[in-house]
Structure formats: structure tokens, C-alpha cells
Design a protein around this ligand. Structure first.
Ligand SMILES: Cc1cc2nc3c(=O)[nH]c(=O)nc-3n(C[C@H](O)[C@H](O)[C@H](O)COP(=O)(O)OP(=O)(O)OC[C@H]3O[C@@H](n4cnc5c(N)ncnc54)[C@H](O)[C@@H]3O)c2cc1C
Length: 484
């Protein structure tokens, strides 16, 4: 219903006016004295907090609204579980200047990821295969040249051999358009047989190969190459969530949690938001860091461009479901195999929590993404636990299936505050959308990981928050009502 309303209004090219007033109750052009903040920032993830800090540093009165009771959004540390597993962003690239800068300002430090002293075991069908035996294993049905490549690396290995992008800007060049093809046909054209395509789909950072643009793949590879040239990724000591918490703590005006924004209205003169409880808050500017699947569910009355409206409706997010399991017994000691597994089962990838010296903590994380994550997205905790127990009993008989589901994390379309884990470009999107989606819509500015241009992930969130804050400062400069 809301999506329809949004589309219909969008198609009319909304600019506030009578229909806006109907949505929120009164237009944004109003008594300046009645405003609740100079800038309202929606979302207390990295993007919103970075924008808020920049604006507050410049003397603006900023109010951050966060629907959840927790600060951090997709930076989420499961503090109550052994080893504090991460349910969201974790790897901080060596070149993440903004993330590292904010962390340093807050006194946070970084640490290397613990070594994996056990390697990985593959589970294909019912058969366990130590990774070292994969290349010559009878169940390896890959074409001869691809046989030595572990299933989890097939996708990027093939793409990396032919990456046409020499730098992180290349994906936005006009010439990049020729690479805007589905990964499925591209990989098939490069020698991937049906089995290779099946295995690639298991741990794909998207929904499926057919709906994943090679521009996205080549862009990611160019970014990884640059990051790797600067050094290894690291983790934030104490957990990823410590960073957004520290950023929120630094704001003079506390983040208002439990503030679920249900509607946004903006024109060229002002902006306001309506909370789910009915309260309306006014500001001179609003920065929305809502992921687009979330934005598509709320009422937005603003002069968004046709491209922005299209992207809000159509931007794709990778579905991920994580099962954080506590193993009752160290079954890897009993069967002598690595605790970590890459499987073609419904559990997909199984990661083992590791202490600083590499010793397993006893926590396992099953990471289901793409279509696997989507299939699991409607399952209850009980069903997910039963699935994990049955599959582990089948794949690792030594476990006896004795695992307990400590937490199920759903980054899926049903997560009303995220809509998925992170964006990716489908064929037909990047050439038109790249760098074009953050244009201010009147006094509504957009930010969030999905609007990163030079980065992806955490650093994209920071980059986009910075861009939105700078645009607001620019627009606010001549405005006499602005705090000096
Ligand atoms: C499983 C997973 C693994 C990842 N791994 C990495 C990694 O290793 N490295 C990396 O760089 N990146 C990684 N990322 C991506 C990174 O975590 C995100 O890009 C980044 O945290 C997004 O920040 P954001 O501010 O754009 O969005 P968010 O953090 O999602 O912030 C948006 C905020 O808006 C709030 N909100 C939603 N709806 C409303 C509403 N109606 N009203 C008010 N508030 C609302 C949300 O609760 C949220 O707090 C990972 C993400 C996931 C999910």
C-alpha cells in the first residue's frame, strides 16, 4: 500500500503542496521558531552518526532519530555471547580512512583477526573433503582448469583474471557499460560449467548470479585490490559496535532511540518527519540514511529525481541469515577435521569463533546468503535451530547435532529496519545510477552505505554521511536562521 502511494506520488513529481500536507498534517514551510532541530538525521548507523558529528562540529543543532533501542544499525556485536561474535560489519579495510579516523578520535584500537590454524573442510553432498584434497577429489566436477580452485573462491578467481577496472573510479566510466552483464552468463562464457555455477551461487554476496551485475563484481575487486595493497583488514577491539556507540556518545544532543520514522516530507524550504506514534518533528534539513528497502515502506513526499525514485523501488540488497550456534562439544577434536566448513548444504558456510591465539571459542556461525538466506528468512528460531542440529548431525556425525541456537540474525527483506545486508547492482542499474542518487531533494538529503561512490560497506556509509553533511552545510550557509 505504502509502496503504491509512494510510486504514485513520485510519478506526479511531488513538490510538497496539498498532497504533502495531507501526508503529515502541515507543510514544511512554517514558523522557523517551531523547529525541533536545524537538521534531523534519520538512522544512528555509521552514516547518520558521521553526518551528525560533522554538522554538530560546525555548530549546527542536530537531532538523530533511531527506530531501534540500539545504536549502530548494521554494526552489531553480540556482546552476550562467548567471543562476542559480530552479526554485522566486521572487517575494517586498511584504507578505511574515515572509519579509522573516527575510531582513533574515540580512543578505539584495531586488532588483527586471529589466525585460522585449522583450515577448512568442504562438504559436498554427504561427503566431507579436506580442502587440500579438493583438486583431485572424485566429487570435484569442475572443468579441468578450475578444479584446483576451492568452491568458495571460484567466483572471484574467475572474475579477477579478467577485471577490466584498473581503479575504483572505473565502474562509473561510460566505457564500463559493456560490463553490465549478468554474472551467470559472464561466468558461463568464461568456462564455468553447471557445477561451477551451482557452487558459485552458494556463497554469493548477492541474491543469485543471474541478478548480479559484473560491474558490481569488478568494482568490488578493484576495491579489494586497493585495500589489500595497503594492508590487511582488521577488527575493532572490543567489537564493531563500539565505534557507532562512541560516535553517538560524542554528540552533545543525545540520539533519540525508539523513534521510528514513518514519513518524511521536504521541499525547498524545510523538512519534517512523522514518527510512528504520530509525533511530527520539524527541521530545516533532513538527512535520511534509511536503506532503500526501508525507505520504500515509508511515506516520502519530496522532489526526488526519477532516478532516485526508481532506485528506492528497485535497489537490490543481499539477503543474509546468520545462525550463531554454541557447540556443546568440540566435535572437531573428535573427528580431527577443521571446525570451519564450506558446504553446499542449507547451512552454507560455517565459521568458527576464534580467540586471539586462534583457539576455537566453541561458537559457530552459519552464514547463509543469497537464495539460501532468502529461504531461511521466513523460518522461526526453533526451525532454524532444528535445521542446524539436523544438518550438523548429518555432516559432522561427531557433533551428534548437539548445538544450541544462541542468536539468529536476519538481514533479509523482512528486517523492517534494514531490508537486507548491503546493496548490490543488478544488470541495468550501475551505469544509470552510479554517483547520481545522492542529489538533494529539496531539503531532504540522502546518505547510507548504498550511496557510497568510492567505497563499499562501512567506509561507504561514512563517505555518504560526510557528503550529505557537506551538502547541508553548503545549502545552510546563506540561511540567516542557522546557528553561528
Ligand atoms: C552481515 C554483514 C556483514 C558486513 N560486513 C562488513 C565488513 O566486513 N566490512 C564492511 O566494510 N562492511 C560490512 N558490512 C556493511 C556495513 O556494516 C554497513 O555498510 C554499514 O554499517 C551501514 O551503515 P549505514 O549507516 O549506511 O546503515 P545502517 O547501519 O543500517 O543505519 C541505518 C539506521 O537506520 C535505522 N532505521 C531504520 N529504519 C528506521 C526508521 N523507520 N526510523 C528511524 N530509524 C530507522 C536502523 O535501525 C539503523 O540503525 C556488513 C554488513 C552486514 C549486514
Amino acid at each position: 500500500m505504502r509502496i503504491k502511494a509512494f510510486t504514485r506520488r513520485g510519478a506526479l513529481g511531488l513538490l510538497g503542496g496539498a498532497s504533502s500536507a495531507a501526508l503529515i498534517g502541515c507543510g514544511p514551510r512554517g514558523d522557523r521558531g517551531a523547529r525541533d532541530a536545524e537538521v534531523i538525521v534519520i538512522g544512528a548507523g555509521l552514516s547518520g552518526l558521521n553526518a551528525a558529528m560533522i554538522l554538530a562540529d560546525q555548530g549546527m543543532d542536530v537531532l538523530v532519530l533511531e527506530a531501534s533501542s540500539r545504536i549502530g544499525g548494521r554494526m552489531k556485536t553480540l556482546d552476550a555471547l562467548p567471543g562476542r561474535p559480530e552479526a554485522g560489519g566486521q572487517q575494517v579495510g586498511a584504507g578505511y580512512g574515515r572509519v579509522r579516523g573516527r575510531a582513533a578520535d574515540a580512543g578505539l584500537t584495531f586488532e588483527d583477526f586471529p589466525p585460522n590454524r585449522f583450515g577448512e573442510v568442504l562438504a559436498i553432498g554427504d561427503t566431507l573433503i579436506p580442502a587440500a584434497e579438493w583438486a583431485s577429489h572424485p566429487l570435484n566436477a569442475l572443468p579441468e582448469p578450475l578444479k584446483p580452485i576451492p568452491p568458495g573462491r571460484l567466483f572471484f578467481s574467475l572474475a579477477a583474471r579478467a577485471n577490466p577496472f584498473q581503479d575504483v573510479y572505473a565502474w562509473m566510466d561510460e566505457a564500463a557499460g559493456v560490463h553490465d552483464v549478468p554474472a551467470h552468463s559472464w561466468m558461463a562464457g568464461r568456462g564455468a560449467n553447471e557445477e561451477a555455477l551451482r557452487l558459485m551461487n552458494v556463497s554469493l554476496n548477492g541474491r543469485d548470479l543471474a541478478s548480479y551485475s559484473m560491474i558490481n563484481v569488478f568494482r568490488s575487486l578493484a576495491l579489494y585490490t586497493l585495500e589489500r595493497s595497503m594492508g590487511p583488514s582488521q577488527a575493532i577491539t572490543g567489537g564493531s559496535q563500539r565505534l557507532p556507540e562512541a560516535m553517538a556518545e560524542s554528540l552533545a544532543r543525545p540520539v533519540r532511540t525508539g523513534a521510528n520514522v514513518a514519513a518524511i516530507e521536504a521541499d525547498g524550504a524545510g523538512a519534517q518527519v512523522r514518527l510512528a506514534g504520530g509525533e511530527t518533528l520539524r527541521a530545516d534539513f533532513v538527512i535520511s540514511t534509511l536503506p532503500f528497502p526501508v525507505m520504500r515502506q515509508i511515506g516520502v513526499e519530496a522532489p526526488l529525481s526519477a532516478l532516485q525514485r526508481e532506485a528506492v523501488e528497485a535497489m537490490a540488497y543481499t539477503p543474509i541469515v546468520q545462525l550463531h550456534l554454541e557447540a556443546e562439544t568440540p566435535f572437531w577434536e573428535a573427528d580431527g577435521l577443521a571446525p570451519e566448513m564450506w558446504t553446499d548444504s542449507p547451512l552454507e558456510r560455517v565459521f568458527a569463533g576464534r580467540a586471539a591465539d586462534g583457539t576455537p571459542t566453541g561458537m559457530l556461525t552459519c552464514w547463509l546468503d543469497g537464495m539460501g538466506g532468502l529461504s531461511a528468512s521466513t523460518m522461526s528460531d526453533g526451525e532454524l535451530e532444528a535445521l542446524a542440529q539436523a544438518e550438523l548431525a548429518r555432516l559432522r556425525p561427531a557433533s551428534g547435532g548437539r548445538v544450541r541456537l544462541a542468536h539468529a540474525q536476519r538481514w533479509t527483506p523482512y528486517n523492517a529496519l534494514a531490508g537486507g545486508a548491503y546493496m548490490h547492482y543488478q544488470p541495468g542499474q550501475a551505469p544509470a545510477w552510479g554517483g547520481q542518487l545522492a542529489t538533494p531533494a529539496g531539503r531532504l538529503h540522502l546518505a547510507g552505505e548504498h550511496l557510497g561512490v568510492l567505497h563499499t560497506g562501512m567506509e561507504a556509509a561514512m563517505e555518504s554521511g560526510e557528503n550529505a553533511a557537506l551538502a547541508v552545510l553548503d545549502a545552510a550557509a546563506p540561511y540567516p536562521g542557522r546557528a553561528q
